[in-house]
Each structure stands twice: as C-alpha cells, then as structure tokens.
Design a binder for this molecule. Structure first.
Ligand code: KG4
Ligand code: ZN
Length: 358
C-alpha cells in the first residue's frame, strides 16, 4: 500500500449526512454529501430511523458521484475509511456495512475512524499539517466538545463536553419555542442581528464556583457545558410574555440566547486551552457557521494569545472528506487496518482514534 500519499475513500453516516470523500494524502479530491435534513424538518430534529433509511438510499449514488468527481475508480484506492462512532447506532451501521462490503469486494484495507477526531483531522485539507499544542472546539447539532490534540493519530484527550444538549440542539429547540422552524441555528443567527444581546440575562450553565473550582483544584465541570437550563429559561421567558398578553420580543430573545451560548462556549474553551498550554485552536462542527461564535472565538483567542483556525464551513459540517483525511493520516503514520469484524461504537471515546483489528 502507498503510505506516502495514499488515495483514501472516506465514508460518513453518523447522523443525517451521507458523505463520501476522497483525498490523496493531505489533498482533497472530492467531498460528496447527501443530507436527509429536509426529511426531519417536520419533526424539528433528526429522527434516527429516517436518517438510517436515507443513508441506505443515498449511499450508492453518493459513492458514484464522489468517484466520478475525483476521476478515480475503486481499484485506484489505497484504503477505505469509515466512521465507526460516535453517532446514531442505526445510522453508523449503514455506513459501516457499506464500507465492509466495499472492502470485501475490492480487497482494500478498511480503517474504522473516530468521527470527532475526524472533525479535527479535516484541518489538514485546508492549510496542511496541523500545528503542535492543538486544541479543537467542536460545536454542532450532535456535539459540543473541547479536545486536546497532542497527535492526530496517537494522542487525543477530551477536556470538556456538554453534559446534556449539544449547542446546535439548543439552537434547534429554542428556534422551535420562538416559532422559527428547523434547523434553528441559521434562523436564530439571522434574527439575532436585529435584537439586543443584553436585553435578557439568560443563565450560563455550570459557571458557578462549585462547578468551576479553581486553577489549582478544578471543579467537576470546569470545562463542561450545560444548555438544558438555558432552553428552559427561554421557554419560561416566552411564557411570561404570553401570560401577560404581550408579544414576546423574539429578536431580543434570540440575540440574548445566542449571547449566552456563545459566551459560555468561548470562555470555557479558552480557559481549557490556557490551562493546558494550548496555543492553537481549531473550530469545527456545523455551528462554526454562526457569525457571533466565530467573532467571539476570534476575539477571545486573540486576547489569550491563541491562534485560531476555522476550516471552510463545508468541511466543518459532517462529511466524508474528514473521515478520508484522518484515515490518510493513520495510513501515513503506519497504522494497521481495522479488519472487517469490528462493530460501530455509538459512544466511541476520543482516545480511540481508529479501531484496532479484532
Ligand atoms: O455539523 P452539522 O451540520 O450536523 C450535525 O450536528 O448533525 O450541524 C448542524 C447544526 C444544527 O443544529 C444547526 O441548527 C446548527 O448546526 N447551525 C447553526 C448555524 N448553522 C447551522 N447554529 C448556529 N448558527 C448558525 N449559523
Ligand atoms: Zn459531527
């Protein structure tokens, strides 16, 4: 196998995006994505069973599209990489089954890749090798995590995460409360520009001293987030206006909610970085599209002497190129294939970057 500049096909199916990406080493060749988002709109959130069926429908057409766009055949590919977790069990299973079938049919080595670490690995496709002392802040409908990345292929640590809803999920739930439709993130982002972010002081979860502790003795949730209380606070706020027979000021509520989310995400992420000697931060996940999150992350990183990297948004949202990119990193680092006997792990920890052979 070519381990210098391997041609890797990456498959992603952990949530509602069916992604097939192809890279050669650190170079992106194609990134084909089919999303089932439209099918979840009327439910206001991703329905796992619908997502799984949509992956089944979309996989072969997306694969064909990717191969055609990249101008390569399955025969040319050096290795196949697939997301094995974390994610929705049924959705993961579709991508993993497809990847195993391809591996068996072609005889190509298969690598079972960690979805969260892949969100970081995608950074190599935009600007080459990642710097040392790297942190990664991942914010989407499925995750809110801060990672320390000593090495993409051998040393990743979870510093903090949400203990309930993901930030994007909070956006989607609050948008529903405000009658803004799904997905809620872009709608709130837009409406917030017309509102006053200081109009209402919504709670910043897990920021009390008992959770934060001190630099010497960190509390149990120093770098963790919680957004369920915030969502409830927004619901109460709307109810109070309605009970008083008044129209809730939706733009002010949207702006104040957004400020609470972005404030607590960025302050804790920067704290985790400074307390771990992290001087470079990569921002990823679908919520990286949020204008205020980008702005405040950039501001606070600059103030703390952290240099910030944000890949183009199509690489930040779930896609197959990120899986291919991390797969290629593992191949180049001499990592062994995972075989075809592994099962998807819906709660695969970040320390498990790629699954070993059974
Ligand atoms: O990474 P992603 O495409 O997929 C999953 O999480 O599966 O992220 C989607 C999430 C949704 O919750 C959506 O509301 C949120 O990202 N989002 C945003 C924005 N654009 C998308 N949230 C806030 N502001 C945005 N501009
Ligand atoms: Zn993701």
């Amino acid at each position: 196998m070519n381990r210098t500049e391997p041609l890797v096909l990456g498959i992603e199916s952990s949530c509602d995006e069916t992604g097939v990406g192809i890279v050669r080493g650190n170079t992106l060749l194609t990134n084909a994505v089919s999303s089932s988002m439209e099918e979840h709109v009327r439910f206001g959130g991703v329905i796992p069973e619908i997502a799984s069926r949509a992956h089944l429908d979309a996989f072969v057409p997306t694969l064909r599209q990717a191969l055609e766009e990249a101008g390569v055949t399955l025969d040319d590919v050096d290795a196949i990489a697939v997301t094995s977790g974390p994610g929705l069990a049924g959705a993961l299973m579709v991508g993993v089954c497809a990847a195993k079938a391809l591996a068996v049919a072609t005889g190509k080595p298969l690598y079972a890749i960690n979805h969260l670490v892949a969100h970081v690995g995608v950074g190599v496709l935009d600007g080459g090798e990642l710097p040392e002392n790297l942190g990664a802040l991942l914010v989407s409908g499925g995750h809110t995590e801060i990672l320390r990345v000593g090495s993409l292929t051998s040393d990743v640590e979870l510093l903090g995460s949400t203990i309930d809803d993901a930030a994007g999920e909070a956006y989607d739930k609050v948008a529903r409360i405000l009658g803004l439709g799904y997905p809620g993130g872009p709608a709130i982002d837009k409406l917030a520009r017309e509102g006053n972010p200081k109009a209402i002081r919504f709670p910043r979860g897990l920021t009390q001293p008992k959770y934060m502790g001190s630099a010497e003795a960190p509390g149990p949730h120093r770098y963790d987030w919680s957004f369920s209380g915030l969502k409830t606070a927004v619901a109460r706020c709307v109810e109070q206006y309605e009970a008083a027979g008044q129209e809730p000021p939706v733009a002010d509520i949207a702006a104040s909610f957004q400020e609470a989310v972005v404030d607590v995400i960025t302050s804790k992420a920067v704290l985790a970085c400074t307390e771990h000697g992290i001087t470079n931060l990569l921002l990823g996940g679908g919520v990286a599209a949020n204008s205020r999150l980008r702005e405040l992350t950039a501001e606070r990183c600059a103030a703390a002497g952290i240099s910030l990297r944000v890949p183009p948004i199509r690489l930040c949202t779930d896609n197959g190129a990120m899986v291919a990119a991390l797969g290629a990193q593992v191949v180049m680092a001499g990592g062994q294939p995972s075989g075809v006997e592994f099962t998807p792990d819906p709660s695969q920890p970040v320390t498990s970057i790629h699954l070993p052979a059974a």
